[in-house]
Each structure stands twice: as structure tokens, then as C-alpha cells.
Design a protein around this ligand. Structure first.
Ligand SMILES: *Cc1c(COP(=O)(O)O)cnc(C)c1O
Length: 384
């Protein structure tokens, strides 16, 4: 089976991990700040906070922004459940904004319309989480402008988008957001095994996130409510978690960061081939503006064949050894969200996207002959 995504581990990654295993620190050692530094420098953000997953990063990002009971978080229905769940973890209400059928990303016009209604009803969101689907950046300038007008904060879920640029802006520079979150799960662009990083230009937010990832404990006398009682002394000043990344994971992540640009370049080559080979087929692709440089975590096509449903194409390809996937089932249609009152028909563009979407295999190690096989099988299926 050709998988839809796959990590690449080189000897240099193994050496980096073994180096940590032979060192004094498996966790809370120097590899974590070194990894954080590599990510911050790459995307031009002032601070980076590494944790054990992007899900944890989204959670502490929401908490750092003060999201809590009685607040609202809005995101796209076409995302992994974690982009929405982080709001529920904080006791906030979650709602969704429909996608743009061309970019597959949260639609800024739909967002504006929903904000105008929400303002009238006194139900504005505190946090909006745009998701750069497939690694193609959302229209962050527009979303940021709405944030200024309606007073919400922005967390970019860039789990798909490390290495992406929008014009001159590197995703993660946080020019148009408060915090940007990356995932280092093995199917993503670069991996630490499991892992997530939150980047920000706001030192106070970075500090709050560092506190929350480790139980809310401080050893800084300046933050304590009383005199330090000695060198052993620490205080818990907030309710945090153990969301720490280990040095083992951080060493792998840092080693992989060195190949980030090469990986994204290879993904561009493969996507270019796919688009060219499939140009006459009844499928459509995500719209990418000429000045955008996506990270291309996923290559999603929408099946527009009259006689073939997405399900039929999916089954045919799987039976032919091609590990296609679907990203994503709209979050509001998950039973857990249905039980909160969401229904089919709530976000029509997302639901229509879901009926047609298939992710084709895409990863740096995908060989040219694998890609040819995927294209041939797909064309064969669509011609039937
Ligand atoms: C993978 C992913 C996450 C969660 O990442 P983890 O590191 O697995 O917690 C969140 N949002 C999106 C859009 C993702 O693709």
C-alpha cells in the first residue's frame, strides 16, 4: 500500500536522538530550548514554546488568551477535531464558520457576516482559530482586520503549514495573529514523533504558555506570593498540566527542521506533477494564489465525476493499493458535536466539500513511479 503520508528518518535524525539518550537529560534539558530556538528563528517569531502535541499547544494557547466559561471560540468545520476541542477544554462554547469552496479554508466573508449577527446578539467570539488546510495559508490579513474590528484574538492552527509563506510572510511570523501552532506528528511536514510548538511575538503569552505546560509551577522569586524559603522552593501559581516535550523528541524535531525547506520543495514538485497529470480529469484542486507558497501537507482533490461518487473512487483506489484518505469529516457532524445541537445543513460549503474530497498520497519519499501509479489508477476509475 502506498500510504497517504509518511515520515522520512535519516541517520542524522537517529544520531541526534541517540545523542540525547547518552546525555544527562532525557527531558527538561538543553534540546528543548534548542528546538524552540530553531522553530522561532525559522519563522521569525520572538518566542516558541514546545509541548507534547499540537493539541496541547492549542489548549494552552486558548488558556493564555484567557478563554474560559461563557466565552466562544470559532473555527473551520473542515479541520481535525483538535482545532475545536481546545475551546471545549477551556469550558468555552465552540461554533464554526463555513469554508470558501475554492480555498477550502475558513471564508473571511462568511466570518464577517457571522460576526455582524453575533454582535447584534451579543455573542461575539473571544478567539478565532483559522486553519491553513493542506498547508495553504488562510487570508490572514482579512481575518486580522476583522479581529481588530470585532475584538477577537487569533490562534493560527498551522499544523499543516510549517514552511509555508503568504507573500513575504512566513507562516508563524504571527504578523496577523496572537499565536501560531505547529504539529510535529509523523504525517505532518517535519516530525518529532509527537510534538507541538506554539510561537508568538508576545512575551507575556509565551511566559503564560511555558507556565501552563508544566503544572503552573514557577521557580522565579519575582513571581512568588511570598519570600523564597530556600533553593528548593517553588510555587504553583496557576493550574497547569504536564504537557512537556522530552529532549528525545526535541532532538528529532530539531534535526528534521534542517530539511524543512527541501521537504516542502519536494512536495511542490509532486503537487505540480499531480496537477499537470490530472488537468483534464473531472476533479478540482484547492485554489492557491500566485503569491502564496503552501507547505502542501496534503493534496486534496474534489471528485466532480457524474458517475463516480467519492466513496466509489476511494474504495477503488484502496483496493488498488493506494492509501487515500479523507480530510476531514466536518467537525460539526461528529456525534459529540451533534449532541451540542449542530446539524447537517449548518455549513453547506463544508458538507459539499466533504462529499467530494479525497487526499492523494503526498510525502517527500513518494517516488515518481508511485505517483504515476496513483494517477493511472485514478484515471482508470474515473473513466469507468
Ligand atoms: C494534526 C493536527 C492537529 C493536532 O496535532 P497533534 O500534534 O496530533 O496534536 C491539530 N489541527 C490540525 C489541523 C491537524 O492536522
Amino acid at each position: 500500500m502506498i500510504p497517504y503520508g509518511r515520515q522520512e528518518i535519516l541517520q542524522s535524525d537517529i544520531d541526534a536522538v541517540v545523542g540525547v539518550l547518552r546525555s544527562d537529560f532525557l527531558t527538561q534539558g538543553p534540546a528543548v530550548p534548542a528546538f524552540e530556538q530553531a522553530v522561532a528563528v525559522y519563522c521569525g517569531a520572538a518566542h516558541a514554546v514546545a509541548v507534547n502535541s499540537a493539541t496541547s499547544a492549542l489548549h494552552i494557547a486558548c488558556l493564555a488568551l484567557g478563554l474560559g466559561k461563557g466565552d466562544r471560540l470559532w473555527t473551520s468545520p473542515i479541520t481535525f477535531v483538535a482545532s475545536a476541542n481546545c475551546g471545549l477544554y477551556c469550558g468555552a462554547e465552540v461554533d464554526f464558520v463555513d469554508i470558501d469552496p475554492e480555498t477550502f479554508n475558513l471564508c473571511p466573508q462568511a466570518l464577517e457576516r457571522k460576526l455582524i449577527e453575533a454582535e447584534r446578539a451579543g455573542r461575539l467570539p473571544k478567539v478565532v482559530v483559522p486553519v491553513h488546510l493542506c498547508g495553504t495559508p488562510c487570508d490572514m490579513a482579512a481575518i486580522h482586520a476583522l479581529g481588530q474590528r470585532f475584538g477577537f484574538r487569533v490562534i493560527e492552527d498551522a499544523s499543516h503549514a510549517i514552511g509555508a509563506r503568504d507573500g513575504q510572510n512566513i507562516v508563524g511570523s504571527c504578523r496577523y495573529s496572537d499565536i501560531t501552532v505547529f504539529s510535529f506528528h509523523p504525517v505532518k511536514i517535519v516530525t518529532s514523533g509527537e510534538g507541538g510548538v506554539a510561537v508568538t511575538n508576545d512575551g507575556t503569552l509565551a511566559h503564560r504558555m511555558s507556565l501552563l505546560r508544566s503544572h503552573g509551577i514557577t521557580r522565579d522569586p519575582g513571581e512568588m506570593t511570598a519570600e523564597s524559603e530556600g533553593a528548593w522552593y517553588y510555587q504553583q501559581i496557576d493550574l497547569g498540566f504536564n504537557y512537556r516535550m522530552t529532549d528525545i523528541h526535541a532532538a528529532l524535531g530539531r534535526s528534521q527542521m534542517e530539511r524543512l525547506e527541501a521537504y516542502v520543495a519536494r512536495r511542490h514538485e509532486l503537487v505540480g506533477r499531480y496537477r499537470e497529470e490530472l488537468s483534464g480529469s473531472p476533479v478540482t484542486f484547492q485554489r492557491v494564489r500566485a503569491d502564496q507558497y503552501p507547505a502542501f501537507h496534503l493534496f486534496v482533490i474534489r471528485i466532480k465525476a457524474e458517475k463516480k461518487s467519492r466513496a466509489a473512487v476511494f474504495q477503488f483506489l484502496r483496493e488498488n493499493g493506494i492509501g487515500v484518505n479523507v480530510h476531514y469529516i466536518p467537525v460539526h457532524l461528529q456525534p459529540y458535536y451533534r449532541s451540542m445541537g449542530f446539524n447537517p445543513g449548518d455549513f453547506p460549503a463544508a458538507e459539499s466539500y466533504y462529499r467530494e474530497a479525497i487526499s492523494l498520497p503526498l510525502y517527500p519519499g513518494l517516488r515518481d513511479e508511485d505517483l504515476r501509479k496513483v494517477v493511472q489508477s485514478l484515471k482508470e476509475c474515473l473513466a469507468q
